[in-house]
Design a binder for this molecule. Sequence first.
Ligand code: PMP
Length: 417
Amino acid sequence: MTTSTLNISQRRKDFPLIAHSALAYLDNAATTQKPFSVIAAERDYYETYNANVHRGVYDISERATQAYEGVRIKVAQFIGADNPLGVIYTRNTTEAINLVARAWGAKHLAAGDEIVITEMEHHSNIVPWQMIAKETGAIIKYVPFSTATASPHWEELPRLLGSKTKLVAFNHVNNSLGTINPVAEIIAAIKKLSGAKILIDGAQGVPHLHVNVQEWDCDFLAFSAHKMLGPTGIGVLYAKEGILKTMDPFLGGGDMIKEVSMERSTWNDIPWRFEAGTPNIAGVVAFGAALDYLNTIGIQAIHEHEFLLTKLALELLGAMDGVTLYGTKNAEGRCGVVSFNVNGVHPHDTGTLLAREDIAIRVGHHCNMPIMRRYGIMGTARASFYLYNTIAEVERLAAALPKIQRLFAPVKSRNGG
Ligand code: PMP
């Protein structure tokens, strides 16, 4: 097997929970481990320049502001945005999508308007639209999911889009199956069919693949720091500046205003208009360190490494009798996510038994209930990879499955009479 260009054994030493643990951590689609440099950046902020941002005229507050705003520039560069003012800090992807649904949707959606999303969205990209549709009278249309291709039926876009479509939202990479949607191609097709705004859920894409919002020409992009080596509690909404200027605030309070009187308030400039209250300064600073780490390695090298692991996992698990794989048969068109079931074994049992072997995976519906329904299952066992995972860990996962099958075999035959 070809080896990757990453020096994995060296890389693993950068992560406290990887370097000093026997655990095969294969739950990266849920959240990733954090390198020492990210933890150190957060600690350094608290130890050496902990102060609130903006308006402080003393040294450490100015330092905190510089660091906070400096990361905004780094984030913009990471996603190819020409203007850091289009980068809004949120808590996570979920909040970023809710921000659009509330602050954009409440203003731009009316009864009978249409929102188009796909059946393969994470619940975070379904529920906010259902909520705003209920409030405004807008209608949600779904691009149906095909189990044959493990992707939405994109050929149905001409039937679904038209003059009433105000927004189309879909994920770059799906979190249960790893399917990579050809975003540029789909955006081009949407633009031919309607003038709808386009939101990309980048939670599983931005950490693993090259993303350039200008090349895509999307209106919104949402993603989370914790899925790309950063801390929890910090996420990003990127939006085109012109669109942000048409939106009222999401939350009201300090920092998001220009002037407040007893009768009324006026709003701050963007992006601060959307960042009410004291933000997660430590989280932002640490996120900057995560971006530095990813930039040093290079997103292409990360993707190539994950591709090798995914290919191996699909080969090993695909060759096993009694193991069902979900998603595309080969690693092309996929990120490092492998969903499977050991036939006749509940995914929770599979996960629990793997945990006993020091292998961490996720089990359940992965916030993708509509997809699970299409497959006629309650959930899957899901292994997901990142830059520090090894071929040996994938082999350990594969070697553990026959043991689970053996353990459940007598139960199965008893039940079978
Ligand atoms: N979208 C996708 C595709 C995801 O995988 C996730 C996280 N599992 C989310 C949205 C939500 O991310 P967060 O929980 O960080 O808000």
